[in-house]
Design a binder for this molecule. Structure first.
Ligand code: PLP
Length: 390
């Protein structure tokens, strides 16, 4: 047994509760995302600051507040516990000395998708799932394929035919069955639904099952630990489905309930591409739901999400934190990737570079101050996006 204190699942919209060991996708009552809940008082008894100092350098160090019950199902390729780097030269260059980069490119498969899929695949494996499926235009498919390979579970990937070679090849080498679909990511989603109905596959699309967010929330725990039990003033996060942002927001509440941090919260900033900015548009309009973005186009595959099922959760966190949402264009992503690379030694994904572009905009508008402690999320490695530079 692990030390997991998972108690039940709870709908993020209607509040309906379900047993923890039931295999579920969305809330059966209302179709919205389900969230995992824990006995945080119990978790706090063993997940202490002193105990953490002895724990493994992976996201499994937080096992009390992760869902996996039996150690045999804890799949690990070394995900999580990525470096939080003080970007001194970059901070000087842009006039924001306390600029930090959480470098998620060091995760297995080169992106932070490993955190979420590590947890979703582990938990699906534990609950008896036989085959996994995902519609994806990028890093999520590779991460699912990797953990499915580790578990020995068949993996079915449906990708739009125009997905860059790198992402397709990665999935194939990791043993997934890759189907290219002439159409959009929504058409890929329809193919997955067919496979679910016909063959009983389990769909691990983000926030359509409760555990990817549990993997991604660990970024929030790590920030608290790496900043010596404080949180930064501002977090700038490249937002597609928003799973990491919603997850970190949940993680901060959990750590506060466990007495590990106080009530201070970072201002949360969602960055999107001008070619696909549904959250930015909805936030600016004061809406809680973000309608479908027509003609989504960007080199940042992780940001090409025309509609996010957790839109209301992203927007609530932005408001509750005093944050904002901002769009940057693809040319800026490439230019700021170069600025980041040449001043830090990190070759960022365009999504990571988008955070730096947003930071510079927010500094010049005065929304960010030169003394703010700011964390940029480099969510993936630039090595998977060399096509964008061609
Ligand atoms: C998926 C992805 C994102 C967006 O992450 P969400 O948590 O779904 O918003 C950002 N960057 C990269 C590199 C990604 O693969």
């Amino acid at each position: 047994m692990t030390a997991s204190t998972l108690t039940h699942l709870e709908c993020s919209a209607c509040g309906q509760r379900y047993p923890a060991d039931q295999l579920l996708n969305l809330c059966p009552a209302c179709g919205k995302p389900l969230l995992a809940r824990y006995d945080l008082q119990l978790a706090a008894q063993t997940l202490t600051k002193a105990a953490l100092a002895q724990r493994p350098a992976t996201l499994w160090r937080y096992e009390e507040v992760l869902p996996v019950q039996q150690a045999a199902y804890r799949l690990s390729l070394g995900e999580g516990w990525t470096p939080l780097l003080h970007a001194v030269r970059l901070g000087q260059e842009i006039g924001c000395a306390n600029t930090y980069i959480k470098d998620e490119s060091l995760n297995p498969t080169g992106s932070f998708k490993a955190r979420g899929l590590c947890m979703a695949v582990s938990r699906a494996y534990e609950l008896g799932v036989q085959e996994l499926a995902i519609p994806s235009a990028g890093n999520a498919a590779g991460a699912m394929a990797a953990y499915a390979a580790l578990a020995g579970l068949p993996a079915h990937v449906f990708m739009p035919a125009d997905v860059p070679q790198t992402f397709q090849v990665e999935c194939k080498v990791l043993g997934a069955e890759v189907t290219l679909v002439n159409g959009l990511i929504t058409d890929c989603g329809a193919k997955v639904r067919e496979g679910v109905a016909a063959h009983g596959w389990f769909d691990v699309s983000t926030l359509k099952e409760p555990y990817r967010i549990e993997g991604k929330k660990t970024m929030g725990y790590e920030l608290a630990e790496q900043f010596d039990w404080t949180l930064p003033d501002v977090i700038i996060y490249p937002t597609g489905g928003g799973t990491g942002l919603i997850g970190m927001w949940k993680a901060f509440d959990e750590f506060e309930a466990m007495g590990l941090i106080g009530s201070q919260r970072p201002r949360m900033v969602s960055v999107q591409s001008t070619g696909c900015a549904p959250i930015v548009r909805a936030f600016a309009a004061g809406e809680e739901h973000a309608p479908w973005w027509e003609g989504a186009r960007t080199i940042a595959d992780g940001l090409r999400v025309p509609a996010a099922i957790g839109d209301f959760l992203i927007i609530r966190a932005l408001h509750a934190s005093g944050g904002t949402a901002i769009a940057v264009d693809d040319d800026e992503m490439l230019a700021y990737a170069k600025l980041m690379g040449s001043h830090t030694g990190i070759f960022p994904a365009p999504e990571g570079a988008a955070c730096l572009a947003a930071q510079v905009h927010l500094l010049s508008s005065g929304w960010l101050g030169p003394d703010d402690r700011v964390v940029l999320f480099n969510t993936g490695t630039g090595l998977k996006y060399t096509h964008a530079w061609a």
